[in-house]
Design a protein around this ligand. Structure first.
Ligand code: COA
Length: 534
Protein backbone atom coordinates (compact mmCIF):
# COMPACT_ATOMS: atom_id res chain seq x y z
CA UNK A 1 0.00 0.00 0.00
CA UNK A 2 1.35 3.41 -0.96
CA UNK A 3 -1.39 5.92 -0.43
CA UNK A 4 -0.78 9.22 -2.17
CA UNK A 5 -0.91 12.11 0.20
CA UNK A 6 -2.40 15.29 -1.18
CA UNK A 7 -0.93 18.70 -0.44
CA UNK A 8 -3.79 20.59 -1.99
CA UNK A 9 -5.96 22.93 0.02
CA UNK A 10 -8.79 24.72 -1.73
CA UNK A 11 -7.78 27.94 0.09
CA UNK A 12 -4.33 27.86 -1.54
CA UNK A 13 -3.32 30.71 -3.84
CA UNK A 14 -4.26 29.96 -7.41
CA UNK A 15 -6.62 27.07 -6.63
CA UNK A 16 -9.86 29.05 -6.76
CA UNK A 17 -8.78 31.06 -9.75
CA UNK A 18 -7.85 27.91 -11.66
CA UNK A 19 -11.07 26.23 -10.53
CA UNK A 20 -13.12 29.06 -12.07
CA UNK A 21 -11.14 28.92 -15.32
CA UNK A 22 -11.45 25.17 -15.59
CA UNK A 23 -15.13 25.30 -14.76
CA UNK A 24 -15.61 27.83 -17.58
CA UNK A 25 -13.78 25.52 -20.00
CA UNK A 26 -15.98 22.60 -18.99
CA UNK A 27 -19.15 24.72 -19.32
CA UNK A 28 -18.04 25.72 -22.81
CA UNK A 29 -17.44 22.07 -23.69
CA UNK A 30 -20.89 21.14 -22.44
CA UNK A 31 -22.46 23.88 -24.54
CA UNK A 32 -20.76 22.44 -27.59
CA UNK A 33 -21.93 18.96 -26.66
CA UNK A 34 -25.51 20.27 -26.70
CA UNK A 35 -24.99 21.10 -30.40
CA UNK A 36 -23.94 17.50 -31.00
CA UNK A 37 -27.32 16.29 -29.70
CA UNK A 38 -29.22 18.02 -32.52
CA UNK A 39 -31.24 15.31 -34.26
CA UNK A 40 -32.63 17.21 -37.21
CA UNK A 41 -35.12 19.87 -38.20
CA UNK A 42 -38.56 19.80 -36.58
CA UNK A 43 -40.24 18.80 -39.85
CA UNK A 44 -38.11 15.65 -40.13
CA UNK A 45 -38.64 14.77 -36.48
CA UNK A 46 -42.41 15.26 -36.82
CA UNK A 47 -42.41 13.04 -39.93
CA UNK A 48 -40.46 10.35 -38.05
CA UNK A 49 -42.88 10.45 -35.12
CA UNK A 50 -45.81 10.09 -37.52
CA UNK A 51 -44.27 6.86 -38.75
CA UNK A 52 -43.97 5.58 -35.19
CA UNK A 53 -40.19 5.96 -35.18
CA UNK A 54 -37.88 6.60 -32.25
CA UNK A 55 -34.98 9.04 -32.59
CA UNK A 56 -31.36 7.88 -32.76
CA UNK A 57 -30.49 8.61 -29.13
CA UNK A 58 -33.74 7.06 -27.86
CA UNK A 59 -32.89 3.85 -29.71
CA UNK A 60 -29.49 3.69 -28.06
CA UNK A 61 -30.98 4.30 -24.62
CA UNK A 62 -33.46 1.45 -25.11
CA UNK A 63 -31.03 -1.15 -26.40
CA UNK A 64 -28.66 -0.67 -23.45
CA UNK A 65 -29.10 -2.59 -20.20
CA UNK A 66 -31.00 -0.38 -17.75
CA UNK A 67 -27.96 0.26 -15.54
CA UNK A 68 -25.45 0.57 -18.39
CA UNK A 69 -23.27 3.63 -18.89
CA UNK A 70 -22.82 4.91 -22.44
CA UNK A 71 -19.35 6.08 -23.39
CA UNK A 72 -20.14 8.31 -26.32
CA UNK A 73 -17.29 8.59 -28.82
CA UNK A 74 -16.33 11.55 -30.99
CA UNK A 75 -19.47 13.61 -30.30
CA UNK A 76 -17.68 16.81 -31.40
CA UNK A 77 -16.28 15.44 -34.67
CA UNK A 78 -16.77 18.07 -37.35
CA UNK A 79 -17.22 20.97 -34.90
CA UNK A 80 -16.67 24.15 -36.93
CA UNK A 81 -15.21 22.12 -39.79
CA UNK A 82 -16.03 23.58 -43.19
CA UNK A 83 -18.86 21.71 -44.97
CA UNK A 84 -19.44 19.29 -42.07
CA UNK A 85 -23.18 18.57 -41.99
CA UNK A 86 -23.54 18.23 -38.22
CA UNK A 87 -21.53 18.35 -35.01
CA UNK A 88 -20.73 14.69 -34.40
CA UNK A 89 -21.71 13.85 -37.97
CA UNK A 90 -25.00 12.18 -38.83
CA UNK A 91 -24.43 9.31 -36.44
CA UNK A 92 -24.17 8.69 -32.72
CA UNK A 93 -21.68 6.06 -31.58
CA UNK A 94 -20.34 4.71 -28.34
CA UNK A 95 -19.84 1.80 -25.99
CA UNK A 96 -22.31 0.37 -23.53
CA UNK A 97 -23.56 -2.89 -22.08
CA UNK A 98 -26.23 -4.91 -23.90
CA UNK A 99 -27.50 -8.14 -22.34
CA UNK A 100 -24.42 -8.20 -20.13
CA UNK A 101 -21.92 -7.74 -22.99
CA UNK A 102 -19.90 -4.65 -23.80
CA UNK A 103 -20.88 -3.56 -27.30
CA UNK A 104 -20.35 -0.79 -29.81
CA UNK A 105 -23.67 0.87 -30.55
CA UNK A 106 -24.10 3.13 -33.55
CA UNK A 107 -27.23 4.93 -34.66
CA UNK A 108 -27.63 6.85 -37.91
CA UNK A 109 -29.45 10.11 -37.31
CA UNK A 110 -32.03 9.51 -40.04
CA UNK A 111 -33.80 12.76 -39.17
CA UNK A 112 -30.78 14.86 -40.14
CA UNK A 113 -29.99 14.92 -43.87
CA UNK A 114 -31.58 11.50 -44.18
CA UNK A 115 -28.68 10.05 -42.16
CA UNK A 116 -26.49 10.44 -45.23
CA UNK A 117 -22.76 10.06 -44.80
CA UNK A 118 -20.51 13.09 -45.27
CA UNK A 119 -16.73 13.19 -44.89
CA UNK A 120 -16.73 13.64 -41.11
CA UNK A 121 -19.37 10.97 -40.56
CA UNK A 122 -17.32 8.55 -42.63
CA UNK A 123 -14.14 9.30 -40.65
CA UNK A 124 -16.07 8.77 -37.43
CA UNK A 125 -17.59 5.51 -38.59
CA UNK A 126 -14.17 4.22 -39.67
CA UNK A 127 -12.77 4.99 -36.22
CA UNK A 128 -15.78 3.38 -34.51
CA UNK A 129 -15.18 0.29 -36.64
CA UNK A 130 -11.48 0.29 -35.68
CA UNK A 131 -12.36 0.50 -31.99
CA UNK A 132 -14.87 -2.35 -32.37
CA UNK A 133 -12.32 -4.51 -34.14
CA UNK A 134 -9.33 -3.86 -31.88
CA UNK A 135 -11.41 -4.49 -28.79
CA UNK A 136 -13.51 -7.32 -30.25
CA UNK A 137 -16.73 -5.48 -29.49
CA UNK A 138 -19.95 -6.80 -31.03
CA UNK A 139 -21.64 -3.98 -32.95
CA UNK A 140 -25.29 -3.00 -33.07
CA UNK A 141 -26.13 -0.46 -35.77
CA UNK A 142 -29.46 1.29 -36.13
CA UNK A 143 -29.58 1.87 -39.85
CA UNK A 144 -31.45 4.75 -41.43
CA UNK A 145 -29.29 6.31 -44.09
CA UNK A 146 -29.62 7.51 -47.65
CA UNK A 147 -26.02 6.40 -48.24
CA UNK A 148 -23.54 8.90 -49.58
CA UNK A 149 -24.09 12.57 -48.94
CA UNK A 150 -24.02 13.40 -52.62
CA UNK A 151 -22.39 16.85 -52.55
CA UNK A 152 -19.51 15.23 -50.57
CA UNK A 153 -19.23 12.19 -52.83
CA UNK A 154 -15.72 12.96 -54.10
CA UNK A 155 -14.43 13.07 -50.52
CA UNK A 156 -16.01 9.82 -49.43
CA UNK A 157 -16.57 7.49 -52.34
CA UNK A 158 -13.23 5.66 -52.41
CA UNK A 159 -12.58 5.38 -48.69
CA UNK A 160 -16.26 4.68 -48.01
CA UNK A 161 -15.99 1.18 -49.43
CA UNK A 162 -13.85 0.21 -46.46
CA UNK A 163 -16.79 0.58 -44.08
CA UNK A 164 -18.41 -2.51 -45.61
CA UNK A 165 -15.13 -4.42 -45.79
CA UNK A 166 -14.66 -3.70 -42.08
CA UNK A 167 -17.99 -5.33 -41.14
CA UNK A 168 -17.22 -8.53 -42.96
CA UNK A 169 -13.64 -8.69 -41.69
CA UNK A 170 -14.91 -8.39 -38.14
CA UNK A 171 -17.34 -11.18 -38.96
CA UNK A 172 -14.45 -13.29 -40.20
CA UNK A 173 -12.69 -12.67 -36.87
CA UNK A 174 -15.79 -13.79 -34.98
CA UNK A 175 -16.85 -10.29 -33.89
CA UNK A 176 -20.57 -10.17 -34.63
CA UNK A 177 -22.56 -7.26 -35.98
CA UNK A 178 -26.30 -6.74 -35.79
CA UNK A 179 -28.08 -4.27 -38.07
CA UNK A 180 -31.51 -2.99 -37.08
CA UNK A 181 -33.06 -1.21 -40.03
CA UNK A 182 -35.54 1.38 -38.84
CA UNK A 183 -36.04 3.47 -41.98
CA UNK A 184 -34.71 4.17 -45.44
CA UNK A 185 -31.42 2.47 -46.22
CA UNK A 186 -30.39 3.32 -49.74
CA UNK A 187 -27.24 2.31 -51.63
CA UNK A 188 -24.38 2.45 -49.07
CA UNK A 189 -27.01 2.36 -46.32
CA UNK A 190 -28.31 -0.92 -47.76
CA UNK A 191 -24.94 -2.61 -47.50
CA UNK A 192 -24.86 -2.22 -43.72
CA UNK A 193 -27.58 -4.85 -43.18
CA UNK A 194 -26.30 -6.59 -46.29
CA UNK A 195 -22.88 -7.17 -44.73
CA UNK A 196 -23.93 -7.65 -41.10
CA UNK A 197 -24.17 -11.06 -39.42
CA UNK A 198 -27.77 -10.42 -38.34
CA UNK A 199 -30.32 -8.13 -39.99
CA UNK A 200 -33.54 -7.09 -38.28
CA UNK A 201 -36.00 -5.06 -40.36
CA UNK A 202 -38.87 -3.04 -38.89
CA UNK A 203 -42.21 -3.68 -40.65
CA UNK A 204 -43.48 -0.79 -42.82
CA UNK A 205 -40.55 1.50 -41.98
CA UNK A 206 -37.44 -0.35 -43.21
CA UNK A 207 -36.97 0.36 -46.92
CA UNK A 208 -33.81 -1.10 -48.29
CA UNK A 209 -32.67 -0.90 -51.88
CA UNK A 210 -29.68 -0.13 -54.05
CA UNK A 211 -31.74 2.50 -55.84
CA UNK A 212 -35.12 3.98 -54.97
CA UNK A 213 -38.17 3.91 -57.27
CA UNK A 214 -37.29 7.16 -59.16
CA UNK A 215 -33.80 5.93 -60.05
CA UNK A 216 -35.11 2.48 -61.04
CA UNK A 217 -37.63 4.17 -63.31
CA UNK A 218 -34.87 6.25 -64.87
CA UNK A 219 -32.48 3.32 -65.24
CA UNK A 220 -34.81 0.60 -66.51
CA UNK A 221 -38.23 2.16 -66.94
CA UNK A 222 -39.68 -0.22 -64.34
CA UNK A 223 -42.47 1.13 -62.12
CA UNK A 224 -42.17 0.30 -58.42
CA UNK A 225 -42.94 1.61 -54.97
CA UNK A 226 -40.85 1.62 -51.79
CA UNK A 227 -42.62 -1.33 -50.22
CA UNK A 228 -42.53 -3.70 -53.18
CA UNK A 229 -38.98 -2.68 -54.07
CA UNK A 230 -37.39 -2.86 -50.64
CA UNK A 231 -39.94 -3.18 -47.83
CA UNK A 232 -39.28 -5.11 -44.64
CA UNK A 233 -41.86 -7.78 -45.49
CA UNK A 234 -40.44 -8.38 -48.97
CA UNK A 235 -36.88 -8.65 -47.63
CA UNK A 236 -37.92 -10.94 -44.79
CA UNK A 237 -40.21 -13.21 -46.81
CA UNK A 238 -38.80 -13.10 -50.35
CA UNK A 239 -35.24 -11.75 -50.80
CA UNK A 240 -33.82 -13.01 -47.48
CA UNK A 241 -31.82 -9.81 -46.99
CA UNK A 242 -33.57 -9.58 -43.60
CA UNK A 243 -33.34 -12.35 -41.00
CA UNK A 244 -36.02 -11.05 -38.64
CA UNK A 245 -39.19 -9.08 -39.35
CA UNK A 246 -39.89 -6.92 -36.31
CA UNK A 247 -43.38 -5.55 -35.77
CA UNK A 248 -42.03 -2.24 -34.47
CA UNK A 249 -38.79 -0.75 -33.14
CA UNK A 250 -39.37 -2.05 -29.62
CA UNK A 251 -39.70 -5.56 -30.98
CA UNK A 252 -36.53 -5.05 -33.08
CA UNK A 253 -34.61 -3.92 -30.00
CA UNK A 254 -35.84 -6.95 -28.05
CA UNK A 255 -34.65 -9.25 -30.83
CA UNK A 256 -31.20 -7.62 -30.86
CA UNK A 257 -30.92 -7.92 -27.09
CA UNK A 258 -31.90 -11.58 -27.31
CA UNK A 259 -29.23 -12.23 -29.94
CA UNK A 260 -26.66 -10.51 -27.73
CA UNK A 261 -27.67 -12.71 -24.80
CA UNK A 262 -26.47 -15.81 -26.68
CA UNK A 263 -22.92 -14.52 -27.14
CA UNK A 264 -20.33 -16.31 -25.03
CA UNK A 265 -18.15 -14.44 -22.57
CA UNK A 266 -14.44 -14.60 -23.48
CA UNK A 267 -12.89 -16.92 -20.86
CA UNK A 268 -9.86 -14.62 -20.77
CA UNK A 269 -12.00 -11.65 -19.71
CA UNK A 270 -11.12 -10.17 -16.33
CA UNK A 271 -13.89 -8.68 -14.21
CA UNK A 272 -12.90 -7.38 -10.81
CA UNK A 273 -15.24 -7.91 -7.88
CA UNK A 274 -16.93 -4.52 -7.41
CA UNK A 275 -17.23 -5.21 -3.67
CA UNK A 276 -13.44 -4.94 -3.34
CA UNK A 277 -13.11 -1.62 -5.17
CA UNK A 278 -12.30 1.39 -3.02
CA UNK A 279 -12.88 4.91 -4.38
CA UNK A 280 -10.07 7.50 -4.36
CA UNK A 281 -9.48 9.16 -0.98
CA UNK A 282 -9.90 12.68 -2.39
CA UNK A 283 -12.84 14.18 -4.29
CA UNK A 284 -12.75 14.32 -8.11
CA UNK A 285 -14.26 17.79 -7.94
CA UNK A 286 -10.88 19.13 -6.75
CA UNK A 287 -9.37 18.23 -10.12
CA UNK A 288 -10.89 21.45 -11.43
CA UNK A 289 -8.65 23.41 -9.09
CA UNK A 290 -5.61 21.20 -9.71
CA UNK A 291 -5.37 20.59 -13.46
CA UNK A 292 -4.14 23.91 -14.72
CA UNK A 293 -6.25 25.64 -17.34
CA UNK A 294 -3.06 27.14 -18.78
CA UNK A 295 -0.58 24.44 -19.79
CA UNK A 296 2.34 26.79 -19.05
CA UNK A 297 1.53 26.49 -15.34
CA UNK A 298 2.83 23.10 -14.16
CA UNK A 299 0.91 20.93 -11.70
CA UNK A 300 1.82 17.84 -9.69
CA UNK A 301 0.43 14.86 -11.58
CA UNK A 302 0.27 12.70 -8.44
CA UNK A 303 -2.46 15.09 -7.21
CA UNK A 304 -4.47 14.05 -10.25
CA UNK A 305 -3.76 10.35 -9.69
CA UNK A 306 -4.83 10.65 -6.06
CA UNK A 307 -8.32 11.62 -7.31
CA UNK A 308 -8.60 8.98 -10.02
CA UNK A 309 -7.13 5.67 -8.86
CA UNK A 310 -8.63 3.19 -6.39
CA UNK A 311 -7.98 4.13 -2.77
CA UNK A 312 -5.42 6.72 -4.06
CA UNK A 313 -3.03 3.77 -3.84
CA UNK A 314 -0.09 4.21 -6.22
CA UNK A 315 2.78 1.75 -6.32
CA UNK A 316 5.41 3.99 -7.82
CA UNK A 317 8.17 2.43 -9.93
CA UNK A 318 11.67 4.01 -9.71
CA UNK A 319 10.29 6.83 -7.53
CA UNK A 320 13.73 8.35 -6.92
CA UNK A 321 14.87 8.26 -10.55
CA UNK A 322 14.08 10.75 -13.36
CA UNK A 323 11.46 12.73 -11.42
CA UNK A 324 9.92 14.50 -14.42
CA UNK A 325 8.26 11.27 -15.47
CA UNK A 326 6.09 9.40 -12.99
CA UNK A 327 5.66 5.65 -13.52
CA UNK A 328 3.83 3.12 -11.40
CA UNK A 329 1.02 0.66 -10.92
CA UNK A 330 -2.52 1.43 -9.85
CA UNK A 331 -6.02 0.04 -10.09
CA UNK A 332 -9.04 1.82 -11.51
CA UNK A 333 -12.35 0.20 -10.55
CA UNK A 334 -10.26 -2.87 -9.77
CA UNK A 335 -8.51 -3.06 -13.15
CA UNK A 336 -4.69 -2.99 -12.87
CA UNK A 337 -3.01 -0.37 -15.03
CA UNK A 338 0.55 0.85 -15.52
CA UNK A 339 0.68 4.65 -15.39
CA UNK A 340 3.18 6.82 -17.25
CA UNK A 341 2.60 10.46 -16.45
CA UNK A 342 4.53 13.60 -17.33
CA UNK A 343 5.61 15.78 -14.46
CA UNK A 344 7.87 18.07 -16.48
CA UNK A 345 10.06 17.92 -19.57
CA UNK A 346 11.35 14.58 -20.89
CA UNK A 347 15.07 14.01 -20.31
CA UNK A 348 17.22 11.05 -21.39
CA UNK A 349 16.71 9.49 -17.97
CA UNK A 350 12.96 9.87 -18.17
CA UNK A 351 12.93 8.20 -21.58
CA UNK A 352 14.97 5.29 -20.22
CA UNK A 353 12.73 4.91 -17.21
CA UNK A 354 9.65 4.89 -19.46
CA UNK A 355 11.25 2.35 -21.80
CA UNK A 356 11.95 -0.03 -18.95
CA UNK A 357 8.49 0.42 -17.49
CA UNK A 358 6.73 -0.11 -20.84
CA UNK A 359 8.65 -3.38 -21.25
CA UNK A 360 7.53 -4.48 -17.80
CA UNK A 361 3.88 -3.71 -18.41
CA UNK A 362 4.02 -5.34 -21.82
CA UNK A 363 5.61 -8.52 -20.52
CA UNK A 364 3.23 -8.71 -17.59
CA UNK A 365 0.20 -7.93 -19.77
CA UNK A 366 -0.81 -4.82 -17.88
CA UNK A 367 -2.46 -2.09 -20.00
CA UNK A 368 -0.67 1.25 -19.91
CA UNK A 369 -2.24 4.63 -19.26
CA UNK A 370 -0.33 7.66 -20.59
CA UNK A 371 -1.13 11.00 -19.01
CA UNK A 372 0.24 13.52 -21.49
CA UNK A 373 1.31 16.91 -20.27
CA UNK A 374 4.47 17.40 -22.20
CA UNK A 375 6.19 20.32 -23.87
CA UNK A 376 8.69 17.95 -25.47
CA UNK A 377 12.13 16.42 -25.00
CA UNK A 378 14.82 18.66 -23.50
CA UNK A 379 16.89 20.49 -26.11
CA UNK A 380 20.38 21.97 -26.00
CA UNK A 381 24.05 21.04 -26.45
CA UNK A 382 24.40 19.08 -23.22
CA UNK A 383 21.37 16.95 -24.01
CA UNK A 384 22.30 16.29 -27.62
CA UNK A 385 25.77 15.26 -26.49
CA UNK A 386 24.38 12.76 -24.02
CA UNK A 387 22.32 11.29 -26.86
CA UNK A 388 18.79 12.39 -26.01
CA UNK A 389 17.76 11.34 -29.53
CA UNK A 390 18.77 7.74 -28.98
CA UNK A 391 17.17 7.61 -25.53
CA UNK A 392 13.94 9.13 -26.87
CA UNK A 393 14.10 6.65 -29.75
CA UNK A 394 14.13 3.78 -27.25
CA UNK A 395 10.95 5.08 -25.65
CA UNK A 396 9.27 5.53 -29.03
CA UNK A 397 10.43 2.03 -29.97
CA UNK A 398 8.90 0.57 -26.80
CA UNK A 399 5.61 2.45 -27.26
CA UNK A 400 5.40 1.44 -30.91
CA UNK A 401 6.01 -2.25 -30.33
CA UNK A 402 4.20 -2.88 -27.06
CA UNK A 403 1.27 -5.21 -27.64
CA UNK A 404 -0.63 -4.42 -24.46
CA UNK A 405 -3.49 -1.96 -24.85
CA UNK A 406 -2.45 1.69 -24.49
CA UNK A 407 -4.81 4.37 -23.24
CA UNK A 408 -3.90 8.03 -23.63
CA UNK A 409 -5.32 11.04 -21.88
CA UNK A 410 -4.29 14.56 -22.87
CA UNK A 411 -4.33 16.54 -19.63
CA UNK A 412 -2.34 19.63 -20.67
CA UNK A 413 0.31 20.18 -23.31
CA UNK A 414 1.11 17.73 -26.06
CA UNK A 415 4.01 19.09 -28.04
CA UNK A 416 6.76 17.76 -30.26
CA UNK A 417 8.10 14.24 -30.11
CA UNK A 418 6.71 14.11 -26.57
CA UNK A 419 3.33 13.52 -28.22
CA UNK A 420 4.74 10.47 -30.01
CA UNK A 421 6.70 9.00 -27.11
CA UNK A 422 3.65 9.36 -24.86
CA UNK A 423 1.40 7.34 -27.19
CA UNK A 424 -0.16 10.13 -29.25
CA UNK A 425 -2.71 9.36 -31.95
CA UNK A 426 -0.27 7.90 -34.45
CA UNK A 427 0.89 5.32 -31.88
CA UNK A 428 -2.52 3.66 -31.97
CA UNK A 429 -3.66 3.83 -28.37
CA UNK A 430 -6.90 1.87 -28.02
CA UNK A 431 -8.54 5.06 -26.75
CA UNK A 432 -7.41 8.66 -26.65
CA UNK A 433 -9.36 11.35 -24.80
CA UNK A 434 -8.55 14.97 -24.01
CA UNK A 435 -9.46 17.54 -21.42
CA UNK A 436 -10.83 20.79 -22.87
CA UNK A 437 -7.70 22.69 -21.76
CA UNK A 438 -5.39 20.40 -23.78
CA UNK A 439 -3.10 21.90 -26.39
CA UNK A 440 -1.50 19.95 -29.18
CA UNK A 441 1.05 20.80 -31.86
CA UNK A 442 4.61 20.59 -33.06
CA UNK A 443 5.44 23.34 -30.57
CA UNK A 444 3.76 26.30 -28.88
CA UNK A 445 2.58 29.02 -31.26
CA UNK A 446 4.95 31.64 -29.83
CA UNK A 447 7.96 29.35 -30.24
CA UNK A 448 6.92 28.35 -33.73
CA UNK A 449 6.50 31.94 -34.87
CA UNK A 450 9.86 32.78 -33.27
CA UNK A 451 11.58 29.90 -35.07
CA UNK A 452 10.05 30.92 -38.40
CA UNK A 453 11.29 34.50 -37.82
CA UNK A 454 14.85 33.34 -37.17
CA UNK A 455 14.81 31.04 -40.22
CA UNK A 456 13.39 33.68 -42.56
CA UNK A 457 15.75 36.36 -41.27
CA UNK A 458 18.72 34.08 -41.92
CA UNK A 459 17.42 33.16 -45.35
CA UNK A 460 17.02 36.85 -46.31
CA UNK A 461 20.55 37.59 -45.07
CA UNK A 462 21.97 34.69 -47.08
CA UNK A 463 20.24 35.98 -50.23
CA UNK A 464 21.47 39.51 -49.49
CA UNK A 465 17.88 40.79 -49.36
CA UNK A 466 16.46 43.24 -46.81
CA UNK A 467 14.17 41.74 -44.16
CA UNK A 468 10.78 43.45 -44.17
CA UNK A 469 10.18 43.82 -40.40
CA UNK A 470 6.65 45.15 -40.73
CA UNK A 471 5.51 42.44 -43.12
CA UNK A 472 7.20 39.76 -41.01
CA UNK A 473 5.42 40.99 -37.90
CA UNK A 474 2.05 40.94 -39.61
CA UNK A 475 2.63 37.46 -41.05
CA UNK A 476 3.85 36.28 -37.66
CA UNK A 477 0.73 37.55 -35.92
CA UNK A 478 -1.49 35.82 -38.48
CA UNK A 479 0.45 32.58 -38.21
CA UNK A 480 0.22 32.70 -34.42
CA UNK A 481 -3.53 33.19 -34.52
CA UNK A 482 -4.00 30.30 -36.93
CA UNK A 483 -1.72 28.03 -34.91
CA UNK A 484 -3.50 28.86 -31.70
CA UNK A 485 -6.79 27.85 -33.26
CA UNK A 486 -5.31 24.65 -34.63
CA UNK A 487 -3.74 23.62 -31.35
CA UNK A 488 -6.91 23.67 -29.24
CA UNK A 489 -8.61 20.56 -27.90
CA UNK A 490 -11.66 21.54 -29.98
CA UNK A 491 -9.73 21.59 -33.23
CA UNK A 492 -8.21 18.23 -32.33
CA UNK A 493 -11.50 16.58 -31.46
CA UNK A 494 -13.28 18.15 -34.46
CA UNK A 495 -10.67 16.55 -36.74
CA UNK A 496 -10.83 13.18 -34.95
CA UNK A 497 -7.35 13.39 -33.47
CA UNK A 498 -8.95 12.00 -30.32
CA UNK A 499 -12.01 9.96 -29.37
CA UNK A 500 -13.65 12.78 -27.46
CA UNK A 501 -13.31 15.39 -24.74
CA UNK A 502 -14.09 14.93 -21.10
CA UNK A 503 -14.14 17.04 -17.97
CA UNK A 504 -11.36 16.20 -15.48
CA UNK A 505 -14.08 15.13 -13.02
CA UNK A 506 -15.13 12.36 -15.46
CA UNK A 507 -11.65 10.83 -15.70
CA UNK A 508 -12.20 7.84 -13.44
CA UNK A 509 -15.46 6.82 -15.12
CA UNK A 510 -14.06 7.13 -18.64
CA UNK A 511 -10.93 5.17 -17.81
CA UNK A 512 -12.93 2.48 -16.01
CA UNK A 513 -15.03 1.84 -19.12
CA UNK A 514 -11.95 1.80 -21.36
CA UNK A 515 -10.25 -0.67 -19.02
CA UNK A 516 -13.35 -2.86 -18.84
CA UNK A 517 -13.25 -2.94 -22.64
CA UNK A 518 -9.57 -3.84 -22.94
CA UNK A 519 -9.81 -6.41 -20.14
CA UNK A 520 -12.76 -8.18 -21.83
CA UNK A 521 -10.42 -10.28 -23.98
CA UNK A 522 -6.95 -11.81 -23.90
CA UNK A 523 -4.21 -9.22 -23.41
CA UNK A 524 -1.17 -9.99 -25.54
CA UNK A 525 2.48 -9.24 -24.99
CA UNK A 526 5.15 -8.41 -27.54
CA UNK A 527 8.41 -9.25 -25.90
CA UNK A 528 11.00 -11.72 -27.09
CA UNK A 529 13.76 -10.75 -24.60
CA UNK A 530 13.85 -10.33 -20.89
CA UNK A 531 13.35 -6.80 -19.64
CA UNK A 532 16.30 -4.52 -20.36
CA UNK A 533 17.22 -2.35 -17.39
CA UNK A 534 17.82 1.07 -18.92
N1 COA B 1 -27.14 13.60 -50.05
C1 COA B 1 -27.27 14.78 -49.42
N2 COA B 1 -28.41 15.18 -48.84
C2 COA B 1 -29.45 14.35 -48.91
C3 COA B 1 -29.39 13.11 -49.56
C4 COA B 1 -28.17 12.74 -50.15
N3 COA B 1 -27.98 11.55 -50.72
N4 COA B 1 -30.57 12.50 -49.44
C5 COA B 1 -31.35 13.33 -48.74
N5 COA B 1 -30.69 14.45 -48.42
C6 COA B 1 -31.19 15.58 -47.63
C7 COA B 1 -32.38 16.30 -48.26
O1 COA B 1 -31.94 17.28 -49.14
C8 COA B 1 -33.07 16.87 -47.02
O2 COA B 1 -32.35 18.02 -46.62
P1 COA B 1 -33.03 19.20 -45.75
O3 COA B 1 -33.25 18.68 -44.37
O4 COA B 1 -32.01 20.30 -45.76
O5 COA B 1 -34.32 19.55 -46.41
C9 COA B 1 -32.82 15.81 -45.96
O6 COA B 1 -31.69 15.08 -46.42
C10 COA B 1 -33.96 14.85 -45.77
O7 COA B 1 -34.39 14.35 -47.04
P2 COA B 1 -35.93 14.04 -47.35
O8 COA B 1 -36.01 13.48 -48.71
O9 COA B 1 -36.73 15.28 -47.08
O10 COA B 1 -36.28 13.02 -46.20
P3 COA B 1 -36.95 11.60 -46.25
O11 COA B 1 -36.87 11.08 -44.88
O12 COA B 1 -38.27 11.68 -46.88
O13 COA B 1 -36.03 10.70 -47.21
C11 COA B 1 -34.04 9.66 -48.06
C12 COA B 1 -34.70 10.43 -46.89
C13 COA B 1 -32.56 9.53 -47.73
C14 COA B 1 -34.67 8.30 -48.15
C15 COA B 1 -34.31 10.37 -49.39
O14 COA B 1 -33.96 11.74 -49.27
C16 COA B 1 -33.53 9.79 -50.53
O15 COA B 1 -33.96 8.82 -51.12
N6 COA B 1 -32.36 10.38 -50.87
C17 COA B 1 -31.54 9.92 -51.96
C18 COA B 1 -30.75 8.73 -51.52
C19 COA B 1 -29.82 8.24 -52.60
O16 COA B 1 -30.19 8.09 -53.73
N7 COA B 1 -28.58 7.97 -52.23
C20 COA B 1 -27.65 7.46 -53.16
C21 COA B 1 -26.31 7.49 -52.53
S1 COA B 1 -25.17 6.69 -53.57
Amino acid sequence: MAILKSNIHPQQAGYQENYQKMQALVADMEEKLVQSRFQGADKHIAAARKQGKLLARERIALVLDPDSPFLELMPLAGLEVKDAVAVGGTSVGGIGVVSGHLAMIIANVGTNKGGTVDYITLQKSMRLAEIARENRLPTITFVESGGANLPEQAKIFNQGGASFREITQRSQEGIPSIAIVTGNATAGGAYIPGMSDYAIFVRNNAKVFLAGPPLVKMATGEESDDESLGGAAMHSEVSGVSDYLAEDEYHAIRLARELMSYLPVDPAAFRPDPATVKPPRYPAEELLGIVTADYRVPFEVRELLARVIDDSDFHEFKPSFAPTLVTGFARIHGYPVGVIANNGVLFSDSANKATQFIQLCDRQRIPILFLQNITGFMVGKKYEAEGIIKHGAKMINAVSNAKVPLLTLMIGASYGAGNYAMAGRSYNPRFLFSYPNAKIGVMGSEQLVGVMDIVQRASAAKAGKPYDEQKAQMMGAMLKQELEKQSTAYYATAHLWDDGLLAPTQTRDYLAICLAVVYSQTISSAGSYGIFRM
